[in-house]
Design a protein around this ligand. Structure first.
Ligand code: 7PM
Length: 275
């Protein structure tokens, strides 16, 4: 298993599981303060996540939400730029959740450390833009596209297909000069996958950890947790903690979560008891 993830200004040690905290920059319907108010709210949330123990901040403008409409680059950038600019000055690892090459380019110009791409750098120009930086990158698997991916997901061999896709994307990245120490892989729970597909991936997660690349997973509050517990979004924390621990036990080294404090506690206890 990888011991470090080289990500921009940081060589992130993977000797214990890392927690990536989700920072969504969304228009606030309760405020008419416009983009400044949205950014201030997101930054306050980011600060809280760091106090709760987040190792990485993952900033997104909701362009990659399943089922959501495509957000134009300019709109996405206007939303996240003030948040990214300030967070980078805190000297903590900053990731940007985007699949748009132009957003990647401008985020990298501001000094972000990680590009988190649900499209695994498949958009024209994305590989080149990341290759011209020293940022880390998370390559995620998705079947189809966010608008239609949950309509009829199909695999003959979900683990094998996800694994091969991720290794192919890593090879494409390395061919353009992205060092393998900068690459993390993510099976993309819920992205073009039924509950059975997600459970099958979870059961065989070790095969992805054994690729030698850092393994990142996102299960926090997802519909698979809802399907297994019958809980609405707001009541999925216990299920999300169990899922995060199950992934970590199977070799996931970075977990992307909404609830940073509770996840850090769960990982601390799990880590102490297995050591
Ligand atoms: C609705 C459904 C809203 C799903 C948001 C989501 C991942 C990611 C997302 C992931 C990586 C969420 C997802 N999920 N990036 N971005 N891995 N690397 O739960 O699993 O935030 S969006």
């Amino acid at each position: 298993m990888a011991t470090h993830w080289h990500a921009g200004r940081f060589a992130l040690s993977l000797h214990r599981p890392l927690v990536m905290g989700i920072v969504n920059v969304t228009p606030d319907s309760f405020s008419d303060g416009g983009q400044h108010a949205d950014a201030a709210l997101a930054l306050r949330h980011a600060q809280t996540l760091l106090e709760e123990g987040a190792d990485i901040l993952d900033i997104g403008g909701e362009s990659s939400r399943p089922g959501s409409a495509h957000l134009a680059h300019a709109q996405e950038w206007a939303r996240i730029a003030p948040v990214v600019q300030e967070a980078v000055r805190w000297n903590v690892p900053v990731s940007v959740d985007t699949y748009q090459p132009e957003t990647m380019r401008r985020a990298l110009e501001l000094g972000v450390d990680i590009i988190n791409d649900i499209h695994a750098l498949q958009r024209p120009g994305a590989l080149q833009i990341v290759a011209a930086s020293n940022a880390g990158v998370c390559l995620m698997h998705m079947q189809g596209d966010p608008q239609t991916m949950q309509q009829a997901p199909h695999y003959d061999d979900v683990l094998g297909e996800v694994r091969q896709f991720l290794l192919d994307r890593a090879a494409a990245a390395e061919a353009l000069g992205i060092d393998r120490s900068r690459i993390a892989l993510d099976p993309g729970f819920g992205f073009g996958k039924t509950l059975q597909h997600n459970l099958s991936l979870a059961k065989h997660l070790e095969a992805l950890a054994q690729t030698g690349y850092p393994l990142l997973v996102g299960v926090s509050r997802k519909s698979m947790i809802g399907a297994l517990t019958g809980r609405e979004l707001a009541a999925r924390l216990p299920g999300s903690l169990a899922a995060a621990l199950a992934c970590v036990a199977a070799g996931a080294q970075i977990v992307r979560v909404h609830d940073v404090g509770p996840t850090c506690d769960a990982i601390k206890v799990w880590n102490a008891m297995r050591a």
